[in-house]
Design a protein around this ligand. Structure first.
Ligand code: B12
Length: 290
């Protein structure tokens, strides 16, 4: 079955925008609020439609809720999302992840996006912080490695779903190849780098965890990326990681690509051996500006 993106009906849209259903109907008829009309004549709204309306009509939406409010707890979360109370949201999302409520994690992320928070802010101020919390809990043996796996998959899933509702520019501004060194599993930071670049208008290629570098030239020949983003979180063998990084830099140089690196693994590597290194990036805001 084809994967469906989340659609709201007129009642949901009315709850979110804090108006009644007849206002929603009027705004769509006037062309102010974009929607999809089903074969049966029903109006359906994508998150993107509501976000676009909010951006263009800031005054009309003082009572906006960011998601349909069903309970006092929903109202509280919506208000925290609207205020950008990240301290509260980190605790809340961490708890929902632990309880396995993907939909509640999703609600917060979608709400932040709808509330006009840039994707890199959601990643820097919420997602990264929640993942660091799980890292601390694992390090202090408060959760097992299996729990850590389970929780990080919930987070991974949520960011992929969020990307599914975001409008990606059709005009491309360049090609970026994202990869992780060959011994490495940590791929969530790179996935977020991928999303931020995609939103900026790059065509993104992402080879994910443990990318074998043996025939990596083939990728450059096939796709001719103008940028290479390399992620390294853990270095297991310093010499082979350095050799791999150097090799990647020289291939990038041969194909005229710039190199960007990120992740704490690069604390241990020499970066000045790379002739085409453009920048070491630390946050998703840096990625957005890169
Ligand atoms: C999730 C996780 C895992 C998952 C990975 C699942 C997956 N699909 O990614 C699993 C369980 C598989 C795992 C395994 C291991 N892990 Co682990 N893991 C984590 C955890 C909890 C979160 C990592 C994460 O995604 N963080 C979120 C990202 C966004 O944050 P960040 O890594 O700090 O990156 C920031 C910047 O550096 C930048 N950035 C990062 N990469 C890039 C890339 C680019 C291109 C750019 C531009 C920017 C950028 O963006 C972030 C924003 O600030 C961390 C805890 C932590 N503090 O991060 C431990 C952690 C990274 N893991 C650690 C360890 C030791 C391991 C293992 C070696 C454990 C073991 N003994 O088996 C293995 C290694 C396996 C391997 N071969 O890679 C240590 C690393 C310590 C170190 N550097 O020496 C950490 C810090 C935990 C700890 N506190 O000890 N891990």
């Amino acid at each position: 079955m084809k994967e469906q993106i989340q659609l709201f009906n007129s009642v949901d849209a009315a709850k979110i925008l804090g108006v009644n259903v007849s206002t929603i109907k009027r705004w769509t008829d006037e062309g102010k609020l974009p929607c999809i009309k089903t074969a049966g004549g029903h109006r359906k709204f994508q998150m993107e439609h509501l976000a676009q309306f909010l951006e263009q009509n800031k005054k009309k939406t003082e009572r906006v809720n960011l998601f349909p409010i069903e309970s006092d707890s929903d109202l509280n979360i919506s208000q925290r999302v609207m205020k950008g109370d990240f301290e509260f949201l980190i605790d809340y999302v961490q708890e929902q992840v632990r309880l396995g409520y993907r939909d509640r994690v999703q609600q917060v992320m979608n709400g932040l996006y709808l509330g006009q928070y840039p994707l890199y802010v959601i990643y820097d101020k919420l997602v990264t912080q929640v993942l660091h919390r799980f890292g601390e809990l694992w390090e202090s043996s408060k959760i097992t490695v299996t729990e850590e796996h389970l929780y990080t998959q919930v987070v991974r899933d949520s960011i992929i779903r969020l990307q599914g509702i975001i409008k990606i520019p059709t005009e491309k501004i360049g090609k970026a190849f994202c990869m992780i060194m060959s011994t490495e599993l940590h791929d969530i930071a790179l996935k977020m780098v991928d999303h931020v670049l995609e939103l900026r208008g790059f065509q993104v290629l992402n080879s994910g965890q443990m990318t074998p570098t043996l025939n990596i030239e083939k990728i450059f020949e096939l796709y001719r990326p103008d940028r290479l983003y390399i992620s390294s979180t853990v270095v297991l063998d310093l010499n082979s990681a350095q050799a791999e990084f150097d090799k990647l830099c020289y291939i990038a140089k041969d194909f005229g690509a710039q190199v960007f690196v990120g992740g704490r693994g690069f604390d241990q590597l020499h970066l000045n051996t790379c002739p085409v290194l453009k920048a070491r990036l630390f946050t998703f805001k840096d990625v957005f500006a890169s």
